[in-house]
Design a protein around this ligand. Structure first.
Ligand code: AMP
Length: 281
């Protein structure tokens, strides 16, 4: 695996690959890699000649300085996992490479960021837009891979790519889960064994809500049940919404089952977890 920390040598290497007609897949990550990330690498390897994984903990997308400070960093282990997975290139820029001067650019994604993550993490998607734009311009991939776990992020990146006319094909990879249903996440490793036992509540809530929705239960009733199920525990529900998967408008009734997604976020102690599930699996 080739490892680059600087932009120019990476670009020179990738230009060489492109001139030989090789397709390039990009998998942007913040490291602390797990099987979910590796699924993205595998998806890229199937479709592209060359796979580039970037690891960059992007300060601009953290609205909470404690979350940024505690975000797990384990670069040696990440390198080994990527080597094993057959990743071709690792790009690990430092802050000075990604933000050589303080950035004043701000992205606004309108209604797409006025719900869910956008409401609870002000500035988050502007930071995501900035880092993803930089990475797409640096790597110029044929395809870029993102996880369904961060569905709102995927919807926003689709908008970014359409509006700014990035010449890239976006791919969304289904969420990989632990055996109890908990969505794999770098933040899971911050849970104590006690907290970890309770963390399946998000998957359970989504599954039960989905079943109820299929049976025709009203959305208002389902939401109430979800809130009540969290009130019985010390896991703090931040939001549970049922939205249109494309424009993220919050639904009061199902219009198109194929375009309906259930989304949830909350805190176990100080660890914030999110998850989602399509109505039509
Ligand atoms: P992160 O390192 O958390 O920024 O995630 C990097 C990419 O991996 C994002 O596109 C995430 O949506 C994706 N991802 C994270 N967790 C999972 C998972 N459990 N299954 C599939 N993709 C994931």
């Amino acid at each position: 695996m080739e490892i680059f920390n600087e932009i120019s040598p990476l670009k020179a290497f990738l230009d060489g690959q492109r001139s030989r007609g090789n397709s390039i897949g990009l998998v942007p990550t913040m490291g602390a890699l797990h099987t979910g990330h590796i699924a993205l690498i595998e998806a890229s390897r199937k479709q592209n000649k060359l796979t580039v994984c970037s690891i960059y903990v992007n300060p601009a997308q953290f609205n909470n300085t404690e979350d940024l400070r505690h975000y797990p960093r384990m670069f040696d282990q990440d390198k080994a996992l990527l080597e094993n997975a057959g990743c071709d290139v690792l790009f690990m820029p430092g802050d000075g490479v990604m933000y050589p001067e303080p950035s004043v650019l701000k992205f606004s994604f309108g209604e797409l960021e006025q719900v869910m993550e956008g409401t609870y993490r002000p500035g988050h998607f502007s930071g995501v837009g900035l880092a993803v734009s930089k990475l797409l311009n640096i790597v110029e991939p044929t395809r870029a891979y993102f996880g369904q776990k961060d569905w709102q992020q995927f919807a926003i990146i689709q908008k970014l790519v359409r509006e700014l006319k990035f010449n890239v094909e976006l791919q969304c990879v289904p969420t990989l889960r632990e055996s109890d249903g908990l969505a794999m996440s770098s933040r899971n490793m911050r849970l104590t064994p006690e907290q970890r036992k309770k963390a399946d509540i998000f998957y359970k809530a989504l599954s039960q809500a989905r079943e109820a929705l299929i049976k025709g239960t009203e959305i208002g009733v389902i939401k109430k049940r979800v809130h009540q199920s969290f009130e019985k525990t010390d896991v703090r529900l931040e939001y549970f919404e049922i939205t249109d998967s494309q424009n993220l408008v919050v639904l009061n009734s199902v219009k198109d089952p194929k375009q309906t997604i259930l989304c949830i976020a909350g805190y176990i102690g100080s660890v914030r977890l999110i998850d989602n599930m399509f109505l039509d699996l």
